[in-house]
Write a protein that binds this ligand. Structure first.
Ligand code: MLT
Length: 257
């Protein structure tokens, strides 16, 4: 039995959407209305975020992937799913692809990467963990916000910035700390990429500085059946910075399967 909270809309092929750090299933709000016209859209809150309980064991992306599988079992979803993930959601989608390849119909990897953290990246996570433990979620959110959105959104879409801030500030320090551990310790997935045998859509905002276009290019170069879509005037949270373009790209891909 999964203990993940989730949002669901629509009918048809299951399209599971996994959110970024430090957010929740609410990240997918602009996708629900459009994509649920054609698909059964299910967006869980990953462990420790939104309304889902904290990790029950050591935090890891494998544990996140296992909890997504438990949710599918709870919902009696036996057919292969389309699994989409943005950034941390993408790391989790890759972990799911390694653990449960036979459960996949297709993958959508948004603003994410296969590479593990560098030593410098891991040290940065440790500093953020210490900061969240001593001062709570607010400094983490304020530190991340300018990186989450592209420069166009920062100048022109103040309301998007504010809604991301509000959503991030709803997350708990414990959830943030556990997820930072999972992000820090996630394995490198480069070796997995050539083994992925389902169609893959890779989406990235052209202004993404956390997982830049070059990292998406690596995904497309290494996965046998993958195609890349670069979204102009969007940063790391491309699905909420350019929702119409994002929805069209994802819809076209899913309909083509
Ligand atoms: C995310 O958007 O999920 C995070 O920025 C991912 C990361 O920090 O590696």
């Amino acid at each position: 039995m999964s203990n993940l909270h989730f949002q669901e809309a629509g009918q048809g092929t299951p399209l599971i959407l996994l959110h970024a750090f430090p957010l929740s299933s609410e990240l997918w709000r602009p996708q629900f209305e459009t994509l649920s016209n054609d698909f059964r859209v299910i967006a869980p809150d990953l462990p420790g975020f939104g309304n889902s309980p904290d990790f029950v064991e050591d935090a890891s992306v494998d544990h996140m992937a296992n909890s997504v599988m438990a949710l599918l079992q709870q919902l009696h979803i036996e057919e292969p799913i389309i699994l989409g993930g943005l950034s941390m959601g993408g790391y989790t989608a890759l972990a799911f692809a390694r653990l449960f390849p036979e459960s996949l119909r297709a993958l959508i990897l948004c603003d994410t990467r296969a590479e593990a953290d560098t030593e410098e990246g891991k040290a940065g996570r440790d500093k953020m963990i210490a900061l969240a433990q001593s001062q709570g979620a607010t400094p983490i959110v304020e530190q991340m916000l300018p990186k989450l959105l592209g420069e166009t959104s920062q100048k022109e879409r103040v309301n998007v910035m504010e809604s991301v801030r509000t959503l991030a500030l709803q997350q708990t320090p414990t959830g943030i700390v556990n997820a930072l551990r999972a992000l820090r310790d996630r394995p490198d997935s480069l070796d997995l990429l050539p083994q992925i045998n389902v169609p893959v859509l890779v989406v990235v905002g052209e202004e993404d500085t956390i997982t830049p276009v070059s990292m998406s290019q690596t995904l497309v170069d290494e996965i046998p059946n993958a195609r890349l879509e670069i979204i102009p005037k969007a940063g790391h949270l491309s699905n909420i910075e350019q929702p119409e373009v994002f929805n069209r790209i994802v819809c076209d891909f899913c309909r083509s399967l």
